[in-house]
Design a protein around this ligand. Structure first.
Ligand code: G1P
Length: 286
C-alpha cells in the first residue's frame, strides 16, 4: 500500500527554547529563513506524502496560517513585482493537504500520535518529529518508505549515538539484516549507558502500520504521566516485525538551543549565498 499520509507532532510547549517560545511555537522558530516545521513538511512531500496532520495545541495557530494561502501578502508581492517571493509563498501553501488536530493536554509523544488515528484510518503512515532536520540525497522518510516497501513492515530511522545519546533517545536491540537494515528485537526509551542494548538510537522518523495505535492505547503513562511512543512500538514488536534503517545523510538535532545553533550554522555553510561570507566571519572570531 502506498504511504500517502504523515503525522507531524508539534504540540509541545517548547520549554527548552524559552523565552523565545513564550508566545510563539518552537516549530515556527527560523532556521536561516524557514521555520523549523517547514523542513519536515518538505521532507515528507519529497518522500511522496500527500496529506499531513500536524498535531498542535493552544497558542500555536501560526503554523496553520503558515501553510494556508496569504492573499494580502500575495497581492502585495505581485504589485511590487517581487515574483520570486510570490512563487515561494504560493509553493508553501500548495505543498500538501493539511489537517490540524489539537492535543488538549501534554500527555506525551505516543498520545500525540494517537490523536491522528482517525485521520490515518487503516493504512501505513509516516511520523516525522520536527526537531530533527535531515539533509540527504534520498529524503530520510523516503529511505524508510523504501524499507517498508521491501519488508512490508514498520520501519524506524536509526543512527549511531554515544553515552550521552543513550539518555536522550530510544535505543534499540538490533539484529543485522543488511548493511543498513536491522530487525528490531526490542526498544527502550532513554535507558542510559548501563542499560542500553546498543549504540543505535531511534532518531525521529518512523513508518508505522496502523497496529501502532493499538500499541499506544495499551501503553501506560510513565512516571511523568506521559505515554511514550517506543512503548507502543514494543507492542507492535510482539505481533509484527519492525525494522530499523541506518540513514544516509546529515542530521541536525534542533531539540535544544545548542543543536539549533549548530544546525543554523551548518545549513548556512551549505548555502552558496552565505557560505563564503559566513566562513570569513567565523574565521575572524578565532
Ligand atoms: C523522542 C522519542 C525518542 C526518540 C527521539 C528522537 O524523544 O521518544 O524515542 O529517540 O524523540 O529525537 P524526545 O526527543 O521527544 O524526548
Amino acid at each position: 500500500m502506498k504511504i500517502r499520509k504523515a503525522i507531524i507532532p508539534a504540540a509541545g510547549f517548547g520549554t527548552r527554547f524559552l523565552p523565545a517560545t513564550k508566545s510563539q511555537p518552537k516549530e515556527m522558530l527560523s532556521v536561516i529563513d524557514r521555520p523549523l516545521i517547514l523542513y519536515s513538511v518538505e521532507e515528507a512531500v519529497q518522500s511522496g506524502i500527500e496529506s499531513i496532520a500536524i498535531i498542535t495545541s493552544r497558542g500555536k495557530s501560526s503554523m496553520e496560517d503558515y501553510f494556508d494561502s496569504s492573499p494580502e501578502l500575495e497581492r502585495f508581492l505581485e504589485e511590487k513585482g517581487k515574483l520570486d517571493y510570490l512563487k515561494e509563498v504560493r509553493r508553501i501553501s500548495g505543498l500538501a493537504e493539511f489537517c490540524y488536530i489539537r492535543q488538549k493536554e501534554a500527555l506525551g509523544l505516543g498520545h500525540a500520535v494517537l490523536m491522528g488515528e482517525k485521520f490515518i484510518g487503516q493504512e501505513p503512515f509516516a511520523v516525522l518529529l520536527p526537531d530533527d532536520i535531515y539533509d540527504s540525497h534520498t529524503p530520510c522518510t523516503k529511505q524508510l518508505i523504501d524499507a517498508y516497501d521491501e519488508y512490508q513492515a514498520s520501519a524506524i530511522v536509526l543512527g549511531r549515538t554515544d553515552e550521552e545519546g543513550t539518555k536522550m533517545y530510544g535505543i534499540v536491540k538490533p539484529r543485522q539484516v543488511t548493511e543498513r537494515v536491522f530487525q528490531i528485537e526490542d526498544l527502550v526509551e532513554k535507558p542510559g549507558p548501563e542499560k542500553a542494548f546498543s549504540d543505535l538510537a531511534s532518531l525521529g522518523r518512523y513508518v508505522f502500520t496502523p497496529e501502532i495505535f493499538e500499541g499506544i492505547k495499551k501503553t501506560k503513562p510513565d512516571h511523568r504521566g506521559e505515554i511514550q511512543l517506543p512503548d507502543g512500538v514494543k507492542y507492535v514488536l510482539e505481533k509484527q516485525k519492525v525494522y530499523g534503517v541506518l540513514f544516509e545523510g546529515d542530521r541536525y538535532d534542533c531539540g535544544d538551543k545548542m543543536g539549533f545553533l549548530e544546525a543554523t550554522i551548518s545549513l548556512a555553510l551549505k548555502r552558496p549565498e552565505f557560505s563564503e561570507g559566513l566562513k570569513t566571519f567565523l574565521k575572524s572570531l578565532s
